[in-house]
Ligand binder design. Sequence first.
Ligand code: ZN
Length: 371
Amino acid sequence: MREDLVRAEILATLAPEPLNRSQVAARLGLGVATVSEHTRRLIELGYLRELAPQVAGPGRPRVPLEVVPDAAYTLGLRVHHTHLVGVLMRTNGSEVSRFTLPFDPHTDPVGQLTKACLEVLADPGTGDRVRGIGLAVPGVIDPAKGVVRMSPHLGWSDLPLRPLLADRLPVPVLIDNDTRASTTAELLFGTGRDHDDFLVLAVGGGVGMGIVLGRRLHRGPDGVAGEFGHVPVDPSGPPCVCGRRGCLETYAADYALAERAHERGLTPAVVPVADLHRLASADAPGIRTLMAEAGATLGRAAAGVVNVLAVRALTVIGESHVLWPYFEPGFRPAVEGGVLSGLEITVRQWDDSAHARGAASLVLATTLASR
Ligand SMILES: [Zn+2]
């Protein structure tokens, strides 16, 4: 999969307000000639337009550029083991529409995904503007081959999802790990506005990490970088879905917290995460301590990555954001006590469509922007 993030970054930079080429170049740390070359192509493609020149002092008048938001749309789908969330996104990152559909990963998943996509493409007035479809999938994903290597949550292994969908859909299809999809959205529309190097920590049904270095998403050789949940913590710890023991995920993922709470006799059974949240809110005995310990374990591991990569910003995302107030008392001191220099920590408000927006951003950053 070839990415041309530069064009997507130019669109994202211009999304909030029109800017001239010099201003875009300064924001992105690029030369004006490079920006001009890309904006010329984006104007040809209809994604940008020039506004009336502005005369400010001596020299040539500056021409502000504006995004044409409805020039093209991208569809992002979050694949969850109980449902699909779809977001149809404009070139400026704003949403045209969103939807949620039930999903069963065990019964003809390709057929269900194809049907959901074809319905969006058939929508009069919007469907014909869709230039590409991105899928955010939990687990170990090889985006170059489009294969789901291992997704314990979906029960899939070595599923060639992109080739199967590409045969059935009339527009380009991309798949990637859900955390990396959301990290692309952060790069274009979030943390990347202020930082060239940052980490995205995703905590929910698993624990993942998105790594951005020099404004590029680090994927690793087979696209499997960022498996933060499988950082070894304790070789005699609980068994992990990866087949090893004592991985970080077995302390901090939502299902693992529920198991630890039951083991400690804090709950009569392994309860859903919503129940853990309710118990923590009510300050039920031991629950907040358990979560602060999980936060500290996460924080120590995160501090290690921060030190190795020398990043200055970390953004927390994921379904466990409701539990974050209880992770935080352990997480923050562990990170701050472990990092060698200052770190800006941001906790994002999370909703179910975030990975879908990430997948749509990924399409913007690849198919759309590099055409
Ligand atoms: Zn593991």
